[in-house]
Ligand binder design. Structure first.
Ligand code: AHR
Length: 530
């Protein structure tokens, strides 16, 4: 057992937590849409063909927004293909994923799905094969109340009221060589500006996310964001970040799906991606603010971390490029371990701790394709290991993020120096007096004796929830036949004494501890409120 401490003070607020950081992503690829969210004929399918078992699990996951329809798919998509009578919709080749797209789900059905789940859509426009003209038509179709050909077309399709989609992506990963109609930063910056300008003319209430680099290690990283924002600063509200976490040391090992131990990161190195994610965020904030400074602007571009997850196993060969142009092939069907759940939990704490600038984040994706939910066609739906930290953080992450002051022994990392075993974030909801702690113990063999000081948060605390996600085997997974092999368990023995809390956290565990001050009045809110 080792000792660690965490001090929080209600006056040391970082920012209100934007609940849109608990977003997910549904792309037309693999089995995310077809046999994921949509499967007419499935025993749980509703009248529209949506799987209600998946709807239930998405609600339980607590996702607040959902990015759609891609991804790389977006850069070749004609939104017109996916509206109107289903039997008249074209079948197309999807060049992003070498698949056949039947267009049986499109803009209107997806809005219906969102309403059923109780989640907000974040749509994207195609800035690969298309541009400003289609984008202005798309937003007019979706958001204009009526009286124009496009809004009347939506009405004729059965949607009298505008969809009122508030959040839009200006394309996807336009820096990537794999992208359909990749662009240089100059080309993309210009088209993003002009497209965004037209979209906001049609509907000034929308918010726009411009494409940042598709990964931190892209050769144009940094310069890309700077150039793009120089062009489209006036219309962009967010710049996007994308990250897929890997156990491999390098891309070459991942591409050949190496099984050599030397090609893998140790668990400690793997979990250090919690810190590199924080650095990534801080670098993009610095670039965005440098552009603002050059423009003498007080405007702040916020961050939309709209693709993130673990993805390294299903990242070669047929996982990426199926043969024969199949419909809904099995692509990127990563099976997640306990170790992955630890990293996902740790990354969530980093996103939360950067609440001052990260306003949107989307776990990529939702179902089957690198998803927290898995399904079998005609069969079960179940929670992958990574489902659990997300669901707990989304359930309890409400209010103001407080700065976590940590004391913890640590371990040596080759490039990052000493890293604490303890990783934490704290969110306090002044309205209810509820304070949630999300805590990762990165020590692989020793429990943590954690002492927490909750200053100014009310001494009359009650324990509301205490759960630990832990498994003796870091390789443990959930399957259709063993869906709860990795699942949160009760964290026993949490002690509360006035403002002091003490808990013993298992080795290699992600934990949530929630307390409530019954007497703390809503009127005594901390200085920064949502
Ligand atoms: O999520 C899978 C793919 O990863 C997305 O389509 C793309 O945006 C990213 O490269």
């Amino acid at each position: 057992m080792f000792q660690a401490s965490l001090t929080v003070d209600r006056d040391f607020a970082i920012a209100p937590l934007d609940r849109r950081v608990f977003g997910v992503f549904v792309e037309h690829m693999g089995r995310c849409v077809y046999t994921g969210i949509y499967e007419p004929g499935h025993p749980s399918a509703d009248e529209q063909g949506f799987r209600q078992d998946v709807i239930e699990l998405t609600r339980e996951l607590g996702a607040t927004i959902v990015r759609y329809p891609g991804g790389n798919f977006m850069s070749g998509y004609n939104w017109e293909d996916g509206v109107g009578p289903k039997d008249q919709r074209p079948t197309r080749l999807d060049l992003a994923w070498f698949s056949t797209e039947t267009n049986q789900v499109g803009t209107n059905e997806f809005v219906d799905w969102c309403r059923k789940v109780g989640i907000s859509p974040m749509y994207g426009v195609n800035l690969g094969t298309r541009g400003p003209d289609e984008a202005r038509h798309y937003i007019e179709y979706c958001n204009h109340p009526g009286g124009t050909t496009l809004s009347q077309q939506r009405q004729a399709h059965g949607y009298a009221q505008p969809h009122d989609v508030k959040l839009w992506c200006l394309g996807n990963e336009m820096d990537g060589p794999w992208q359909i109609c990749r662009k240089t930063a100059e080309e993309y910056g210009r088209i993003a500006l002009e497209t965004g300008k037209l979209m906001k003319m049609v509907d000034p209430t929308i918010e726009l996310a411009a494409c940042g680099s598709s990964a931190h290690d892209m050769p144009t990283y940094g310069h890309w964001e700077e150039t793009v924002l120089e062009h489209c600063f006036e219309v962009a509200d967010y710049i996007s970040l994308h990250t897929y976490f890997s156990k491999y040391n390098n891309h070459a090992a991942m591409a050949r799906a190496s099984t050599e131990a030397a090609d893998y990161r140790s668990t400690g190195e793997y979990l250090a991606q919690v810190e590199t994610t924080g650095q990534f965020i801080e670098e993009i904030v610095a670039v965005a603010d440098a552009v603002a400074a050059r423009k003498h602007s007080a405007k702040r571009i916020h961050l939309s971390f709209d693709e993130w997850n673990v993805w390294y196993r299903a990242r070669h060969g047929e996982h990426l490029r199926p043969t024969g142009w199949p419909v809904a092939p099995r692509l990127l069907e990563e099976v997640y371990t306990m170790e992955d759940a630890l990293l996902v939990g740790g990354v969530l704490t980093t996103l939360i701790n950067h609440a001052d600038r990260v306003k949107i984040a989307c776990m990529a994706q939702l179902v089957n394709v690198i998803g927290p939910i898995m399904t079998e066609p005609g069969g079960a739906a179940w929670r992958q290991t990574i489902f659990h930290p997300f669901a707990q953080a989304a359930k309890w992450g409400r209010g103001t993020v407080l700065k976590p002051v940590l004391r913890s022994p640590g371990y040596a990392h080759a490039t990052l120096g000493e890293l604490p075993y303890l990783v934490a974030s704290v969110v306090d909801d002044a309205e209810t007096g509820t304070t949630a702690l999300f805590v990762l113990n990165r020590h692989l063999s020793e429990p943590m004796d954690l002492q927490v000081a909750l200053r100014g948060l009310g001494a009359d605390r009650l324990l509301v929830e205490s759960l630990t996600l832990h498994h003796a085997n870091l390789e443990a997974i959930n399957t259709a036949s063993a869906p709860a092999n990795v699942a949160p368990q009760s964290l026993d023995g949490v002690q509360l004494d006035g403002e002091a809390l003490r808990a013993t956290l298992p080795p290699a565990s992600w934990n949530v501890i929630v307390t409530r001050s019954a007497g703390r009045a809503a009127s005594s809110a901390p200085p920064i409120t949502a």
